[in-house]
Write a protein that binds this ligand. Structure first.
Ligand code: SF4
Length: 417
């Protein structure tokens, strides 16, 4: 992007930046790295409007990394419930513990001097932490520490694809981009200085033994992102582009008339904004199953740890894959959880639909009442198979709604209680 474009981008951002709980009024102020980390992790795959309340609630309960490091996983899950991708919450907790342990070591961190547990300040250290990838590391380094570090999220990908008419996605894994033609074009096009910058960068790689046509799709995008971040104002360019992508360069119907980058946007100038970025090949996975609400004679409910991968080893109601039909008997797989001889009554209570990441779930709900008390009930042994639970637990029926932290189990419970 040209210096003029970047200046227009900054002016646009200063005039249009939304008020957000994680964004200080002074857009030039360095941020709290912990708050950047939490907000950016929550924002992955989730709308800003949803994250607002989650972030505020989270920061009230876990205002700093030290408080978070001392929390139990079950409580962290509760504050995450509804955001999905529970592995992110688990990784946040793991990382908080690592950061606190390391910052107690005077050889590992200057934070010992100030008494404040700090997030690392280099990309290498950050990316070594659970759940922190190139994007989140770039966000922490640029927004909190004001380093010249690049970020690349879906908003920036959409903008770069349209600005430069890139007809591939960074996630096109294994795809080799033949950039020779576009580089030649870029060299001949004096108006597209950014593309020429890119060409230089790629040529440098070429002289180090990487041929131009061996450059990966993601590298092209990152090259553009680094160009934007190569400035004292990297923090503002990064955040302004995220905001522009969210509010102006939208997926459907971009508001080009109000866009500060209109003058250099190839897709806009060619009337082809609807063609970029190319559609992502999303493979949805359908899963049909049965969930069991097994209630003992002394009013306890059976819970399992583990099961289907989409529940990511959370405490959940027993569930398994099953055929698509209403059931009046306990399916054979149900005997992994309960001895059929102890069943007093069994009722099919309906079906619910649920989505977790790419999984489209449809589930039958069976309410199984036992004639025996919880502890007297025979349970099969836990197994290491990922399709089976790794541990069983009886929970109080009265506390079922507050015990489960996943919508999958809560939706099933609502069919009965
Ligand atoms: S001109 Fe339109 S398509 Fe191009 S970056 Fe701006 S909003 Fe996006």
């Amino acid at each position: 992007m040209t210096p003029d474009s970047l200046k227009r981008l900054r002016e646009w951002f200063r005039a249009n930046a939304a008020e957000l709980p994680w964004r200080p009024a002074d857009l030039d102020a360095p941020r709290d790295p912990y708050a950047v980390w939490i907000s950016e992790t929550m924002l992955q795959q989730t709308q800003v409007s949803t994250v607002r309340d989650y972030f505020t609630r989270w920061m009230k309960r876990f205002p700093d990394v030290e408080t978070l490091a001392q929390a139990e996983e079950a409580e962290v899950f509760k504050y995450w419930q509804g955001l999905g991708y529970y592995s992110r919450a688990r990784n946040i907790l793991k990382t908080a513990k690592i950061v606190c342990e390391n910052s107690l070591d005077p050889l590992r961190s200057a934070s010992r001097m100030t008494g404040v547990r700090k997030m690392p300040e280099t990309r290498k250290e950050l990316e070594a932490l659970p759940g922190i990838g190139a994007y989140t590391a770039g966000a922490i380094l640029s927004l909190a520490y004001h380093q010249r570090e690049a970020i690349l999220d879906g908003n920036l990908v959409r903008i770069f694809s349209r600005l430069y008419e890139l007809d591939f996605l960074p996630t096109d894994k294994g795809k080799i981009i033949d950039c020779h033609a576009s580089l030649q074009e870029a060299r001949n096009d004096v108006q597209v200085s950014t593309a020429r910058e890119l060409a230089h960068a790629l040529e440098k790689r070429s002289s180090h033994g990487t041929k131009c046509n061996d450059v990966r799709a993601s590298e092209i995008y990152w090259e553009y992102a680094r160009e934007v971040a190569d400035s004292l104002k990297a923090y503002m360019h990064n955040e302004a582009l995220m905001e522009l992508g969210r509010t102006v360069c939208k997926t459907k119907s971009p508001l080009c008339e109000t866009c500060p980058l209109q003058k250099e946007c190839r897709a806009f100038l060619d009337g082809r904004t609807a063609e970029f970025p190319p559609a992502k090949k999303r493979t949805e996975k359908s899963w049909h199953g049965t969930v069991l609400i097994i209630e003992s004679a002394d009013e306890k409910i059976l819970a399992v740890n583990g099961g289907q991968k989409f529940l990511d080893k959370q405490l959940a109601l027993p569930h398994f894959e099953s055929a698509r039909h209403a059931t009046v008997a306990l399916p054979a797989k149900g005997e992994d959880y309960i001895n059929a001889d102890e069943i007093e009554s069994l009722k099919h209570c309906g079906t619910f639909r649920h989505s977790i990441t790419v999984h489209k779930i449809e589930c039958e709900v069976l309410h199984v009442r036992l004639s025996t008390k919880a502890n007297a009930t025979h349970l099969s042994k836990p197994t290491a198979n990922s399709d089976k639970p790794t541990a069983f637990e009886w929970i109080e029926k009265a506390k079922a709604f507050e015990t489960f932290a996943n919508s999958f189990s809560l939706k099933a419970l609502k069919k009965i209680f």
